[in-house]
Design a protein around this ligand. Structure first.
Ligand SMILES: NC(=O)c1ccc[n+]([C@@H]2O[C@H](COP(=O)([O-])OP(=O)(O)OC[C@H]3O[C@@H](n4cnc5c(N)ncnc54)[C@H](O)[C@@H]3O)[C@@H](O)[C@H]2O)c1
Length: 241
């Protein structure tokens, strides 16, 4: 991995920060893209490239990807992790909110992947990892927009894998269960949410960001070139039954 460069979106906190740190620990050069500043992530990674951009803004995304090339000269690994997961009754979901969720969770990965792709092709090797959600299997009733957006991301993963196979670029999705990040604790995990999900899991404890690291490193591994178009469901069995 020492010769590889990775771009992680949503790297300021939560899972994205965990993924950025794990890739750096594996020897990658790492850039992080987030709508916010990333002092905590940058403070933990030597030679970190911090990019402030909105994944839904085509021009900002293009500039950010060019920033990676200017700094590191190449791009090999893309982790599309930036996302939002609001809970809302379906009848109360406004069209603006529906579009916001779709734009961040589905159009964002499209824009970042499209901007990154020429560089992965130029490198002749690539790993694209889309962070989906176990919600696509468990279908929580108050997360219809979110579940639709992440199901779309899995469709993007499968069709893009088929398109990019000839270029030695794999495309896979990881579907975490409810994982203890600050945002999850404040929103979906509040009011007993973690306990309710834990009761459906086979593994009887709350999922932590570090529980996803080995799967990410497996998917981006040099030896994982035959793994593509897949969704790896890492939720302690929450979507098993
Ligand atoms: N935590 C969970 O329980 C859980 C479960 C399944 C899937 N996921 C998915 O994992 C990903 C990360 O979740 P998290 O809990 O770490 O969330 P988080 O809120 O801690 O982090 C998300 C990051 O994305 C950034 N972001 C949001 N919109 C953006 C935009 N338009 N442009 C650029 N950056 C933007 C935020 O600033 C934030 O730093 C999301 O895609 C989420 O849907 C999370």
């Amino acid at each position: 991995m020492e010769t590889r460069t990775a771009l992680v979106t949503g790297a300021a906190q939560g899972l994205g920060q965990e993924f950025a740190r794990a890739l750096a620990a594996r020897g990658c050069r790492v850039a992080g893209l987030d709508a916010r500043k990333q002092p905590e992530t940058a403070g933990h990674i030597a030679d970190y490239l911090e990019l402030v951009a909105d994944v839904t803004d085509e021009a900002q995304v293009a500039d950010a990807v060019e920033g990676v090339i200017d700094r590191f000269g190449a791009l090999h690994i893309l982790v599309n992790n930036a996302g939002v997961y609001p809970a809302c009754a379906f009848e109360d979901t406004t069209v603006e909110e529906w579009r916001r969720v779709m734009r961040i969770n589905l159009e964002g990965p499209f824009l970042v992947t499209r901007a990154a792709l020429p560089h992965l092709k130029a490198a002749g090797w690539g790993r694209i990892v889309n962070i989906a959600s176990a919600a696509v299997f468990t279908a929580p009733p108050t997360m219809v927009a979110y579940t639709a957006s992440k199901s779309g991301l899995i469709g993007l993963t499968r069709a893009l894998a088929a398109a990019l196979g000839p270029y030695d670029i794999t495309v896979n999705a990881i579907a975490p269960g409810m994982t203890r990040t600050d945002t999850a604790e404040r929103t979906v995990g509040a009011d007993g949410g973690f306990e309710r999900v834990r009761a459906r899991q086979i593994v009887p404890r709350t999922e932590e960001p570090r529980d996803l690291v080995s799967t990410l490193l497996y998917v981006v591994d040099e030896g994982s070139g035959f793994l593509t178009g897949q969704t790896l469901n890492v939720g302690g069995g929450s979507a098993y039954i």
